[in-house]
Design a protein around this ligand. Structure first.
Ligand code: HEC
Ligand code: HEC
Length: 498
C-alpha cells in the first residue's frame, strides 16, 4: 500500500525503480537485453549507470515510410516495453537538400507527416518518449511523397499491360486491317495509365459529379445500364443510349457515336466533356479551355502528364490521346464463344471454321451461333454486319431499319458483352434481347437507307419467321458473347483509392 502511494505521487520514481529491477534481472540472466549502455557484460552491475541507460526508450524498429500525397506514412514497431510506458512518438522528416525538418508527434504507429513537398525525397525517422525523456531514433529511411502514391492505386514502376495484350490467333490480319489506331497514337502503358485516371476522374465534369465511367460502367460492358444517362446536372438526360466500349478499336475508318459524327476515338474524347448535358464544360462554362487549368492544378496530373509525355503540360490533345489509348486497350477476347472458337479456328478454311460447332457452348447457344453466322438458307446473316471475331459492325453497313423511311445510317458498337447492356439500339428503345430478335424477325422497316442485307428479294424488308426456339437460341448466343474478363479486369477499373 505504501509503495503504491509512492508510485502514484511520483511517476518518475516508479520508472526508475522498474528500470533498476529489470536491469538486475537482465544482467543476472546474462542476456543484457533492454540495456543500451554497453556495460552489461560485467557481472557486477553498476546500478547508477544501468538506471540511466534504461530510463529513456530504445529506438523503434522496422521503420517503413510509405509515400502519400504531400505526406509520408511512417509505420514502425514500438521499442521493448522494458523501459516503461511510452508517452509519445516523434516522427521527423528532413528534405534531401534544403528545407525545413517536419516533426509530428503521435501516440502509436502509424504516424502521418503532412506538409511535405511532392517529388522531394525525405529522410524520416521516429523516436519514442517516456516519462524520463526522448529515446534513441530509429534507423532512418527515405521516402518521396507523391500525389499519385497518395490518391491512386497505381504502381508506376510496374504498370499494367495495355500495349501488348496476348491476342488469340484468330485476331489475324483481317482484324488488324480494321484497327483504327493512328500511327501517332499507338497504345503505350504510360499514356494508357493516364487515360485510365482521366476516364475515372469526376474532375472532368464541370461540377465534379460525373466521370466517363459514370455512363460507361465496366459491369455493363462499359455502357450505362439505364436507357438514358444522367449528366452532370443530375436533371438532364442524354437523348441517346450510352455505347459499350469493348473492341472500339476494331472499326474502320474509326468514326464514333451512333451517327458516326466524330471522326476518331481521339476527337470523340472532347465531346462528352464539352457536352451541355454530359460533363458540362460547354461554352457557358468556358469550354475545354476551362478544364485545362483545372487539371493542371491537380498534383497527380502534374506527375502523370510528366510520366506519360515528359512534361506536366495538360493539353486537349494529350487528354484525347490518353483517353483514346485507354479505350483502345479494351479488347474483348474472353467470351464463351472466344474460348470455344479458339479450338476450331482454322485459317486454311474459307470461313476459318466459323460454321463449325463451337465446343463449350450449350446446344441452344450453338444453334444460335449457327443462325447468327449462317448466310441465306443456313442462318439469318447477322454476321454479315456484326462481323466475328470482333463482332464490330461492318464499315459498309447501312440502316438496320428500326424506323420506316429512315434516311440516317447508324453504327453499332461491337456486340461483345451486349448481354450486359440494359437497353439496345441508339435510342435504347429495346430493353431486352428478345425484343431485339423479335425486331429482326419481323419488325424491320423499309426506307431509303435500309441495308440490302435486310431486304427480301424485291427490296421489301426481310421477314424471318423464326420459331420460338430459334429466337431463344439467337438470344442465348448473344449472351455467349459476354466477356466477364473485360468487365472485371482490374486494369480497366477505377484507379482511385476509396
Ligand atoms: C452522361 C453520360 C456520358 C458521359 C459522362 C460520357 N459518355 Fe460517352 N457516351 C454516352 C452516350 C449517350 C453515347 C452515345 C451518344 C451518341 O451517339 O449520340 C456515348 C458514346 C461514346 C463513345 C462512342 C463509342 C462508339 O463506338 O462510337 C465513346 C468512345 C465514348 N462515349 C467515350 C466517352 C469518354 C472518353 C467519356 C469521358 C471523357 C465519356 N464517353 C463520357 C454517354 C456518356
Ligand atoms: C445490315 C447490317 C445488319 C444486320 C444484317 C444485322 N444488324 Fe444488328 N445492328 C445493325 C445496326 C446498324 C445497328 C445499330 C442500329 C441503331 O442503333 O440505330 C444494329 C444493332 C444491333 C443490336 C443492338 C446493339 C446495341 O449496342 O444496342 C443488336 C443486339 C443486334 N444488332 C443484333 C443483330 C442480330 C441478332 C442480327 C441478326 C438477326 C443482326 N443484328 C443483323 C446492323 C445490322
Amino acid at each position: 500500500m505504501r509503495a503504491k502511494k509512492t508510485i502514484l505521487r511520483n511517476a518518475t520514481q516508479r520508472s526508475l525503480t522498474i528500470g533498476f529491477v529489470i536491469a538486475l534481472v537482465a544482467c543476472g540472466g546474462g542476456s543484457g537485453g533492454g540495456s543500451t549502455a554497453g556495460n552489461s557484460t560485467t557481472q557486477t552491475p553498476t546500478v547508477t549507470t544501468t538506471i540511466t541507460s534504461s530510463t529513456t526508450p530504445d529506438a523503434p524498429t522496422s521503420l517503413v515510410a510509405t509515400a502519400g500525397n504531400a505526406s509520408a506514412i511512417l509505420t514502425f514497431v514500438a521499442p521493448s516495453t522494458t523501459t516503461g510506458t511510452i508517452s509519445s512518438y516523434t516522427a521527423s522528416c528532413t528534405p534531401t537538400g534544403a528545407g525545413a525538418v517536419l516533426t509530428v508527434t503521435g501516440s502509436a504507429s502509424p504516424i502521418t507527416v503532412n506538409g511535405l513537398t511532392n517529388g522531394t525525397p525525405y529522410t524520416c525517422k521516429v523516436n519514442a518518449t517516456n516519462v524520463v525523456g526522448a529515446g534513441a531514433a530509429s534507423v532512418s529511411t527515405t521516402v518521396t511523397p507523391s500525389a499519385v502514391a497518395g490518391l491512386l492505386t497505381l504502381n508506376l514502376t510496374s504498370l499494367s499491360n495495355y500495349a501488348a495484350p496476348t491476342l488469340p490467333a484468330y485476331y489475324d490480319n483481317a482484324v488488324t486491317a480494321i484497327d483504327n489506331t493512328p500511327a501517332g497514337n499507338v497504345v503505350n502503358n504510360k499514356t494508357a495509365t493516364l487515360g485510365r485516371v482521366l476516364f475515372y476522374d469526376k474532375n472532368l465534369s464541370f461540377n465534379n459529379t460525373v466521370s466517363c465511367a459514370s455512363c460507361h460502367q465496366a459491369a455493363a460492358g462499359f455502357s450505362d445500364p439505364a436507357r438514358f444517362s444522367t449528366g452532370f446536372s443530375d436533371s438532364a438526360f442524354t437523348t441517346a443510349h450510352s455505347m459499350r466500349l469493348g473492341n472500339i478499336r476494331y472499326y474502320r475508318p474509326g468514326s464514333m457515336f451512333w451517327d458516326k459524327r466524330t471522326a476518331s476515338v481521339e476527337l470523340q474524347a472532347s465531346q462528352p466533356i464539352q457536352n451541355a448535358i454530359e460533363m458540362g464544360f460547354d461554352a457557358t462554362h468556358g469550354g475545354i479551355a476551362a478544364l485545362l487549368p483545372k487539371l493542371q492544378a491537380i498534383g497527380y496530373y502534374q506527375e502523370l502528364f510528366t510520366f506519360a509525355f515528359g512534361d506536366a503540360n495538360v493539353t486537349e490533345a494529350r487528354i484525347q490521346n490518353a483517353l483514346a489509348q485507354f479505350e483502345r486497350s479494351m479488347v474483348s477476347i474472353n467470351s464463351a464463344w472466344d474460348t470455344g472458337f479458339a479450338s476450331v479456328f482454322n485459317p486454311a478454311l474459307a470461313d476459318q471454321g466459323r460454321s463449325l460447332p463451337v465446343p463449350g457452348l450449350t446446344a441452344q447457344e450453338d444453334r444460335g451461333r449457327a443462325l447468327f453466322m449462317g448466310g441465306p438458307g443456313v442462318g439469318v446473316g447477322c454476321a454479315a454486319c456484326h462481323v466475328p471475331p470482333t463482332f464490330s459492325l461492318a464499315a459498309n453497313s447501312l440502316s438496320n431499319g428500326l424506323d420506316a423511311g429512315e434516311t440516317r445510317i447508324f453504327k453499332s458498337p461491337s456486340l461483345k458483352s451486349v448481354g450486359l447492356a440494359g437497353a439496345f439500339m441508339h435510342d435504347g428503345r429495346f430493353s431486352t434481347l428478345d425484343q431485339v430478335v423479335d425486331f429482326y424477325n419481323n419488325g424491320v422497316q423499309g426506307g431509303p437507307a435500309l441495308d440490302p442485307r435486310l431486304t427480301a428479294p424485291g427490296g421489301a424488308p426481310r421477314v424471318l419467321n423464326l420459331s420460338v426456339a430459334d429466337k431463344a437460341a439467337l438470344v442465348a448466343f448473344l449472351r455467349a458473347l459476354t466477356d466477364t474478363t473485360l468487365a472485371t479486369d482490374a486494369k480497366f477499373l477505377t484507379p482511385f483509392k476509396p
